[in-house]
Ligand binder design. Structure first.
Ligand SMILES: Cc1ncc(COP(=O)(O)O)c(C=O)c1O
Length: 348
């Protein structure tokens, strides 16, 4: 029975969902949403704050400032509240309402950037943070996009957790935002006792791996500038997933009782496309689900939002309505149809 006195002391490390009954391929989905910040970013936040404390950068009078599309902001809100720091989150208009309200409930201040600059919303957010830090030296910018503690959190925790659970791991699918999770896991598994194929999953429209920029409405994955932490030498393959396929994967999971966040739909869609094209007999595959779905109820899981942005086609009309699936459907009957997805893949 875990008994804790600070929120960061609890984090479920060993929960996996086997997706075979839902998608027809065995894929173990590591669930990172079961902690008081509701996402994998709790690990990043702890590592960055505690490193800054050890380095003497963070002092009791400091105000932590960070640019975040949401999850890191919530995680830093939890840590700041727990440790008694003030925290200002700079986000943009794509941040979910629930996420913003959560940060405010935890005592943080939230600044929402409404207009993009030439480098997108991220560029506008970073300019704002820089100006703030120049104006007052009490502001401490942890800078998840450049801070090595971001990837170290996953090198120290996420990857060893997976290695403990899957000593015969063959392939790991990791979504790429700041690429902290990707780089931490990739670096760890490169030093491991057996080769692990590292497959990065990104959204179409993200420029992280050199693709053309495009509209991206689902927060979490993808960048409008190249991620400074990314070292492609550690990445074996990159798969780009269209947002409509992210949505379809999320809806399919939800209809089996698993309400995950948007980036999980992207990772699962990309991973299933990869598994469709490979011999999966005796293959151990793991993917990381960064958060859960409650934060996305007014976007990803909301019919009007989906129709306005993606049109009617986003709804997979051949999907059985909720509750109509025969109880004894064989998993192979549910294998995803390749035509459902349009991945853009490139190999190292
Ligand atoms: C929901 C979600 N998924 C995935 C990621 C990407 O993680 P990373 O920044 O480590 O690449 C994030 C980052 O904020 C996220 O919020």
């Amino acid at each position: 029975m875990p008994v804790i006195s600070v929120p960061q002391a609890f984090n479920e490390e060993d929960l996996y969902v086997d997706l075979r009954p839902i998608f027809g391929h065995s894929l173990f989905l590591k669930c990172e949403g079961f902690n008081f910040a509701g996402s994998i970013k709790l690990k990043t936040a702890i590592e960055m704050v505690e490193t800054a404390e050890r380095d003497g950068v963070l002092k009791p009078e400091s105000v932590i400032v960070e640019s975040s599309s949401g999850n890191l902001g919530v995680a830093l809100s939890v840590i700041a509240a727990s440790k008694g720091y003030r925290f200002l989150c700079v986000t943009d208009s794509r941040c979910n309402l629930a996420t913003r309200l959560m940060m405010e409930a935890l005592g943080s201040q939230v600044h929402v950037i409404a207009a993009q600059n030439a480098r997108g919303f991220l560029g506008a957010r970073l300019d704002y943070v820089r100006a703030l830090c120049d104006s007052d030296d009490r502001y401490v910018w942890l800078s998840q996009y450049t801070n090595p503690s971001n990837w170290k959190a996953h090198y120290r925790r996420t990857a060893p957790e997976i290695a403990r659970g899957f000593p015969h791991l063959d392939v790991l699918f990791v979504g790429a935002g700041t690429t902290g999770t990707l780089m931490g896991c990739a670096r760890y598994f490169q030093e491991w006792h057996r080769p692990v194929r590292i497959v990065a999953i990104d959204s179409v429209g993200s420029v992280s791996f050199g693709g053309p920029p495009g509209r991206r409405m689902i927060p979490g994955l993808g960048m409008s500038v190249r991620p400074p932490l990314l070292d492609e030498a550690y990445v074996d393959e990159v798969i780009h997933v269209e947002e409509v396929n992210t949505i379809r994967a999320c809806r399919r999971l939800a209809r089996r009782g698993f309400l995950f966040g948007g980036s999980t739909g992207t990772v699962v869609s990309g991973a299933m496309g990869w598994l469709d094209q490979h011999d999966t007999r005796d293959l151990t595959a793991v993917a990381i689900a960064a958060d859960l779905g409650e934060r996305y109820l007014d976007t990803l899981y909301q019919t009007n939002w989906l129709q306005a942005l993606y049109g009617e086609d986003v709804f997979d009309s051949e999907e059985p309505p909720v509750g109509s699936r025969p109880a004894d459907t064989h998993p192979a009957d549910e294998a995803p149809r390749p035509a459902d997805r349009q991945h853009r893949t490139r190999s190292r």
